[in-house]
Design a protein around this ligand. Sequence first.
Ligand code: OAK
Length: 818
Amino acid sequence: MIWLKDSFKKAYVEKFIEIQGSMPNTGTSWEKYRALVVLIKEKMKISQAAESMNDSSPDQEKQVYYFSLEFLIGKLLSYYLINLGIKDVVQEGLEELGIDLEDLIAEENDAALGNGGLGRLSACYLDSMAFLGIPGQGNGIRYKYGLFQQKIVNGFQVELPDNWLKNEYPWEMRKSDNTVVVKFKGHVRTESIKGKLTFFHEDYEPVLAVPYDIPMLGYGNLNRINNLRLWSAEPIKDDLDWVSFNQGDYSKAVAYRSEVEAISYILYPEDSSHAGRELRLRQEYFFTAAGLSTIIRYFKKKNNSFSGFARKVAIHINDTHPALCVPELMRIFMDEEDLGWDEAWNITVNTISFTNHTILPEALEKWPVEIMKSQCPRIYMIIEEIDRRYREEMHHMHPEKRDLIEHTAIIRDGQIHMAHLAVIGSNSVNGVAELHTKILKTQVLKDFYTIYPYKFNNKTNGVSHRRFLLEANPDLSRLISESIGEDWIRQSESLEKLLPYTSDTAFLEKLADVKYHNKCRLANYINDKMNIQVDPSSIFDIQVKRIHAYKRQLLNILKIMDLYNRWREDPSMDIYPTTFIFGGKVAPGYQYAKSIIKLITTMAQRINTDPALGGKMKVIFLENFNVSLAEMIYPAADISEQISTASQEASGTGNMKFMLNGAITLGTLDGANVEIRRAVGDENIAIFGLKANEVMNYYQWGGYKSWEEYQNFPRLKRVVDQLVDGSLGSSNEFAGIYESLLRDNDQYFVLKDFRSYTDTWQKVNLWYQHKLSWASSCLVNIGKGGVFSSDRAIKEYADDIWHVPYQNEIPGPQEQSG
Ligand code: OAK
């Protein structure tokens, strides 16, 4: 325990007075929040954290650096209070000072430096690394604007800027002393010095990379405070623009400043698609180069030679966005540290590991040679040389396989294939669920799998069960701990101890009560925000995630349209009342997905105001789905909709968060759903639809005939026709959706899976009415959910890829003294 209540109160009041010069009761909630964060940081000696505090020995312990363009960390205050074991003390202490902790928690902005799955995964992984005592540091960009805020206006998504730094972000610490210069543009002069080719990058555009550190506090592990280092781009003040001003070239100076600041201005809101914009490449090189310079600087403090580098450093690249780590590390080793190519290459490959997060072709990053050449001329030269040597080596090994070389080369048709660079330049390539890894090996990266079979491995994703269960669902957490003790918080697999309770009626009733309570909480939120009353005893059937054609929110809303049609025709139909809840953002330029939101909100408007329905159905589109809202939604779900076209969702992580909160998955055999089914058994999940191999077969033969599906199932024909026959209003709003289904042959098999989806949904609806059987299956989902904790995933990365030790048994926060 780091504080008793009275010492906390005293420390808090003193801190507030020190910062504000007045008593806390005179301050705003924001000031009170900031004082609390500052106090915690000081108490934890966080400003000395990371490098120095964790590693005072002369010999460096192996460090893991997790490079990601996205870290969707959400709010930290409440979570850290839990991790420090002081939430109750702080809450009570503040209460005695007349302050409501909830008000302070509400002041914190969600740090939304990510789009969705990939970004949240990196936040969960930093969390587990801190918990497990792995020296693991995140490396990313401090975007001035995070993922946009979504408003729904007249049923359409409207994007507003997310100015999360407006008030200052008290968790971060600017570390100006560790600023580095990243060099863009210019040209490379080559000179032979003492018989050795030497490269000089000249006339470059210098960009200052200024680090801001955010502490990563793991549950109960106060001895290890890790760090998320986010880089901000700033112009060099007294150099180029000063020169330009002196010469009167104002426009050049202004252009330079804005070009530089643009680098860390905004997170690209495209999820799983590659826009190929120059600025994005600049972002990628910027945080890669800055992060590597920190690594090298720290390594050199503790080591005299680079020969042991790969034993002391693991660099993980989260998808291909940081793949320039490969040539940049080569550049540093060769141009700055004077290593030869072969040695530099060996160390680079042995240090870097790579995770692929999607098979969508539109997400695969390719950069035109011309852009790379002009932005990063020296890096381009190195990529060219890596490509040349790769081709040569392949030619030597497989002289007859010209096609193989062409298919796997890095530079082809004037483009740089970043996934190829990442595979060739790393020692490990992993997918994020068993099915996804299999698809990588047999389809997307199959040629590479024949060349480097030993690099490929699977690491099924995991989520922080402490954030998404312990913090998000306090009532369920209490029930669990009262029944099986608190081990599950540190050992997620201990949740299995709940399984004997599946036949304990009293326990199942308590579980149902907890769910009801959580549904009331969400219902109140909906009422407050949208002025719509939903019945907490109806089924909460929820699909929250990015809106994307392959995730098939369309299939869900067509099901709802069909149900509505049938209910109106036969009001006595035996269906249990259901509230359908959607949430998720669309990339601003993705018109098709935007029209799906409009379809959902149009149906919501119609259904929610139809008095004849007597409240049997409600449809809710919750605006601005983010980490904080997610924490309220998962605990309230009965049905978890995981209905992507089989083969397309690499893993999914929402599926795991719902499961841990006792929702039943209604899903396809896609991504990690496959493993969820294996964990819980067929009787505790509802699976429907085409299998991945069936979908892939269709793709191979050019798809299926969606027209036939439509013609042969009148209920389906009816909902599809309603998209364009004026039933939903006179505008032509949904013609694009209609076309995608019939004229473009339904690329995502929505019509093909419609019958089995609606049939399965109906069975689930019936099943829900058997309350004990339902609650028992919910409990199996919780009990089997432990394996989907990010602790398990990180242990696998640590064992198989990074080769770093971790602590398995970590005392809880209460047991540590300070
Ligand atoms: C985003 C940009 C480029 C490539 C992939 C993504 C992405 O978010 N992928 C998602 O990653 C998650 C974490 O691994 C998976 O659970 C999702 O299935 C996948 O779509």
